[in-house]
Design a protein around this ligand. Sequence first.
Ligand SMILES: *Cc1c(COP(=O)(O)O)cnc(C)c1O
Length: 405
Amino acid sequence: MKIDFKELAKKYGTPLYVYDFDYMKEKYNRLKSAFEGSKSLICYAVKANSNLSVINLFARLGSGADCVSIGEVKRALLAGVKPYKIIFSGVGKSDEEIKEALEAKILMINVESEAELKRVEAVAKELEVEARISIRVNPDVDAKTHPYISTGLKENKFGVDIDMAKRMYIYAKNSPNLDPVGIHFHIGSQLTQLAPIKEAALIVADLVRSLRAIDIDIRFFDVGGGLGVRYDNEELIDEKEYAKAIKEAIKGLDLTIVMEPGRYLVANGGYLVTKVLYEKKNKDKRFVIVDAAMNDLLRPSLYNASHQIEVITKSTGPLSKADIVGPICESGDFLAKDVLLPPLKSGDLIIIKSAGAYGFTMSSNYNTRPRAAEVACEEGECRLIRKREEFDELVANERLFLKDR
Ligand SMILES: *Cc1c(COP(=O)(O)O)cnc(C)c1O
């Protein structure tokens, strides 16, 4: 939908996150329909954008949730996701988290090590339940993405190798408190090539076959998330080809395909709206200083990620290169580098695109900056879905050391 950013900035202030729910819905439906004819379940990866309204949007469409902390599990439940569609992933879970996940009767806990399998078993035994689990296999394939978001190589901390996975499945089958129902891989994020996913799927499907041969009946084939999006001019994986590759890999096996897309669903449906404070020049280097910063959107600083921008200004002067920077006391605090901009005045708006994933969720209070407000737009209507933080909330949990002495 056409969003009036100027109007929203006036109404809710800046910096402001704005989400296009119509776009996010379209992405969900496109992916879901690519898998038509197969049993499939999309479990939205909550960490990409965890606002309750965003999770609820996908829940309304029938989505489950992929969660990496018990906090995210609770968010998903609060947002209306059915417990039997929730997966709890992540490389380290505390006993308390495992207990709460079992009590919530979620679909499955995704186990990432032998030690964790034993912990899950012990907690399940204490609760006198059988824990549904899947095991995250690290297929040792190169996802060909940024090293910080590559997770499927043996040097990455995630998952277990094929041989270990097999031993763990046999152990789980023989335990009265473990029910191995799924198998899982997730080789990285912002994937733009299908080949590594296909390779991983084939490796993991072979493992499913060899498990079936020894009577271990895996039902859920969880291919993780990681589908890339276009920030600049990246190649994209076609949804239909993605579906085809996975269906081919599991040919002859009766499995429900589980997907955990995060970025794919939300990245390009989100915008960070920021206001120009002023310009400055150091010799001939031009800086546009805005009211959003790395605490609001970390991706440029963390991954050197580039985001397209749009400027809303009355100015018509000549374009020249500038860095768009925030007020934070770090040289790494930039939102865009060397972009061509007209002369800008205080109050002009800059819209940073593709900010719907790993934007707000990675934001912080660094420099005692309150986190931005969030607004969602659906079918022509925009509503506040998170109010801007206030100073009092930032210090609410702090106590003066000297007070009660
Ligand atoms: C982060 C994560 C995802 C989502 O990744 P995207 O690249 O945002 O799709 C899915 N599954 C697991 C286990 C993850 O850790």
